[in-house]
Design a protein around this ligand. Structure first.
Ligand code: AP5
Ligand code: ZN
Length: 216
């Protein structure tokens, strides 16, 4: 299966991507995680991406697309993948379609995570991420058993630089102006499935897996 997750910042894309990808045994490809890894390791890509990420703007398409093209060419993505955070605008969606066509592939389904803005702000302001395994936690909704430490791997938890209130607000503006047009784009393609992403994480996962069932 070739799946795209779309939804506003904080909708739970990363959280659900982990569970869905492991359930379906396909790789999870998160452009946000790849950028953060490169920023943390001070690579050329990370240096290019950082200024945009810190402001909450999209990293330029040519940088992002080249990175995704390389990742999709890796062996583990041949039989399917779950994209989290890409595409992020209509030009990226057009490019993805062409990239896949060159490989004789097409997307199976696009899952839209629907959550209102107040909930998104609550989710982002309490988010903590594991430095080692990238597992996402929440101080209130999904707290680790020991403060600041990942239950899964013992890694240190940190708060993302772009989870400051003014950057969150800008990311929401960027989502509504640049990313939300993807909803109509994929509805026109006939592959959009809307998913109520409110309620406990396990309930959303169960809803997502049953929405994907017809495509497995
Ligand atoms: P990216 O990392 O993709 O950020 P985002 O889209 O803003 O999404 P988030 O990671 O903030 O949220 P999420 O939906 O994954 O929510 P999560 O599961 O963590 O991108 C970051 C930056 O990289 C961009 O701003 C841009 O600069 C750049 N970038 C990335 N891709 C790009 C692209 N294609 N083109 C250009 N630039 C790009 O959940 C949030 C919190 O809520 C967590 O604490 C979680 O525990 C909690 N939570 C989740 N589900 C629930 C639930 N059901 N109930 C209660 N709490 C929940
Ligand atoms: Zn961890």
């Amino acid at each position: 299966m070739r799946i795209v997750l779309v939804g506003p910042p904080g909708a739970g894309k990363g959280t659900q991507a982990h569970f869905i990808a492991s359930h379906l045994a396909i790789p999870r490809i998160s452009t946000g995680d790849i950028f953060r890894y490169n920023v943390a390791n001070n690579t050329d890509l990370g240096v290019k991406a950082k200024e945009y990420m810190d402001r909450g703007d999209l990293v330029p398409d040519e940088v992002t697309v080249a990175m995704v093209r390389d990742r999709l060419a890796e062996a583990d993505a041949k039989a399917g993948f779950l994209l989290d955070g890409f595409p992020r605008n209509v030009p990226q969606a057009d490019t993805l379609k062409k990239m896949l066509a060159e490989l004789d592939q097409r997307l199976t389904v696009v899952l839209e995570l629907v959550v209102d803005e107040e909930e998104v702000v609550r989710r982002l302001s309490g988010r903590r991420t594991c430095r080692r395994c990238e597992r996402v936690w929440h101080l209130l909704y999904d707290p680790p058993s020991q403060p600041g430490i990942c239950d899964d791997c013992g890694g240190e938890l940190f708060q993302r630089d772009d989870d400051k209130e003014e950057v969150i607000r800008h990311r929401l503006v960027v989502y509504s102006s640049q990313t939300s047009p993807l909803i109509a784009f994929y509805a026109d393609e006939g592959i959009l499935v809307g998913l109520d992403a409110t309620g406990p994480v396990e309930e959303v996962t169960a809803r997502a897996l049953s929405a994907l069932q017809p495509y497995v």
